[in-house]
Ligand binder design. Sequence first.
Ligand code: PGA
Ligand code: ZN
Length: 399
Amino acid sequence: LITDVRLRRILDSRGNPTVEADVVTESGGFGRAAAPSGASTGEYEAVERPPSEAIAAAREEAVPRLVGEAYAGNQREVDAALHAADGTDDFSEIGANSAVAISMAAAKAGADVLGAPLFQHLGGAFRGQNFPIPLGNVVGGGEHAADATDIQEFLVAPVGAPSVEDAVFANATVHGTVADLLEERDVPCGKGDEGAWAPSIDDSEAFEIVDEAVSIVQDEVGFNIGFGLDVAGAELYDSETGTYEYSDRSRDTDEQIEYIAELVREYDLVYVEDPLDEDDYDAFADLTDEVGDQTLICGDDLFVTNTDRLVEGIDRGAANSILIKPNQIGTLTDAFDAIELATQNGYDPVISHRSGETEDTTIAHLAVATDAPFIKTGAVGGERTAKLNELIRIADDAT
Ligand code: PGA
Ligand code: ZN
């Protein structure tokens, strides 16, 4: 039984405040978790409130429905109490940031009571055998950096890696190799919000550099490393003109579909996230028709971890993969339901961090607990390596 829920403001990786929750149980269980925060957020996400307001509202509405009322180990009960406390369909009352922090902290307290690792509490006794392939962000721009690439994330996916440890190190090596190649070209640069290099180059040069870095590292490690993208299409799309605005030109929807399809073929892309606007299920479906058998077409802002939007996407053949961000929907239960629905319909779930992160490692456990084929959580930087290193530890404990 939950006996205490404490909420506080802590720092995220951008230096902004976010919500941290502690959940304590009668039998001495303890869980602590913090909400991440997006910069290129989807229009249909659950609502993040300013942390001080989210905390005040959650203390008033949610905490009394949990303390002495709910069991930390009963995740559906905890998350139903959060929904009841909120009373809206987008967590605009207590804030999705308070909700997700409490939901994840309760899961950790539930695991603590059982003396089980979080992935096992969430996934059951038979989980922990399969490990997700980490998608590592090595070059990026968009909303995550000023004056860098138009495409938000150039990702690498070590699909041939024999272990999660090899995969994590391969991504970091590609990240380092990209830096060497940039230096050779005399391109100075810093990093974006997710630790990817954020050079002031155009997308075609970024493709060249990442492609070259991948080949170099592939030869070095001896296994296959794939190339992927998060286009963050909604950020490029101008709804007034109906075009995708790049630094050097614009593309109408048909041109955007063709452009992405060409990129898939030219670079053998294994993963393409949000290639099109978050409202354009039809364009997503056209692209999926064209290249969906060669690559994952993943909906992030399109689906926002929301089962209603995923049902629509499944009906219309919009994609074959969904990004899962617990804070987009507000609770672990909702995230699990989205993963379940996706898997039943042949959509690959990809568990994801946000551009604003903390040291919280819940998503590493969520990915293992749900047998997700991929996890997207950066390549370097403390708030990213917190998750990557946790995956290495989970794998180490399992063997
Ligand atoms: P965000 O970006 O966390 O800033 O929304 C990540 C993504 O688009 O996948
Ligand atoms: Zn995205």
